[in-house]
Design a binder for this molecule. Sequence first.
Ligand SMILES: *Cc1c(COP(=O)(O)O)cnc(C)c1O
Length: 442
Amino acid sequence: MPSANEPHTGATSPRKFRAYTAAHLDQLLSRAGLGPEERLAARAVATVLPFRTNPYVLDELIDWDRAPDDPIYRLVFPQPDMLPEADVSHIAGLLRSDAPRREVNAAANQVRARLNPHPAGQLELNVPSFGDGTLPGVQHKYDETVLFFPKQGQTCHAYCTYCFRWAQFVGEPDLKMAGEEGDSLATYLRAHPEVTSVLFTGGDPMIMSASVLARYVEPLLALEQLETIRIGTKSLAYWPDTFVGDSGADEMLRLFEKVTAAGKSLAFMAHFTHPRELEPEVVATAVRRVQGTGAVIRTQAPLIRTINDDPETWRSMWRRQTALGMVPYYLFVERDTGPQDYFAVPLARAHDIFQEAYRGVSGLCRTVRGPSMSATPGKVCVDGVAEIADQKVFVLRLLQARDASLVGRPFFAAYDPNAVWLDDLKPAFADRFPFEPALERV
Ligand SMILES: *Cc1c(COP(=O)(O)O)cnc(C)c1O
């Protein structure tokens, strides 16, 4: 592995993609200066939560002089204290005594089951039955938008420690959802003319080659109802070579051009967590090339404790993105799954960070909305904290809702400085939230 200080040589000799996984973890953790006990604990965490990274993240993004406190290091490497201590020390004990893999997996599965692997009813949202059977990998939660999880897109160039889709990546078949290529999605959409937007997600759809992605995308281009194809991806941050140096880069860009030439808008939903991800020169080149196809890049990320939980981080991220012609879109609240206890920022603090960052940017960056919770009823935005009739309350609003009639209507919750998720909130000036069913009177 090249050292942290080796100069970037991407322009002349293209980097080769290579996935580093749990098998390489001990060696990589040594590079961060971790001692044997800490390494064992971090490896124990990696039996529960997925770990995967690549040479670009290691050599271009992480500042090894600052590891293990470096934000990008924390973004990809398991932390010894990310999970309950009893669980970590139990599994660390099994690893120390070289317990059979079966036993380690069983212990890891028990911990996973307690981490709310499918927040916001993810599995129940799969389109339950269509035609003769089920349509796996399709979620139709909002009238106009369908989420699609292509089967070959169920991994990423690297994993984020805070990922809310972590259960997709741990090799447990029951915890997965994935859709087949071909016409089945197009057939579903023909039967649902209200759908105008398809969102490819995963994993990271950009892990697929252009020819595989084309088998999913091309059948959609003939659908007149379809206005937008979105691709949710972290490739610009984790492997920008997808669009610059990789052998398939030009073919990928040609596929994007096909989409825009068909009169569809291609929205590239880029996940950027930290301003450092925008620094390498290759990112600006990749952004320009993607934009050159007519695609619009919108940006989003969750607010994560110890990684990006301060206003200046967001301000500089939004400004740099806007300077590169990208459009800031969402700041999310970390979901109630996986190591949420470790990464959560209370809603009150999240709102303060958002407001302070938002105040310091030009109107062009203020396309961003947040802090937003993607919860079962929809996307709930914390608009502010107010004092109404002597009561301190959160002012909330649904940006997206399964019941579209609720979108945009303000509602209130009692102020609670410790609340980290919608479930922690109690309605104010009402006996229920607007998305909750009215209680039957007896
Ligand atoms: C966020 C989200 C979408 C997209 O919502 P927009 O507000 O249109 O960006 C679609 N489906 C689900 C399940 C989502 O969480």
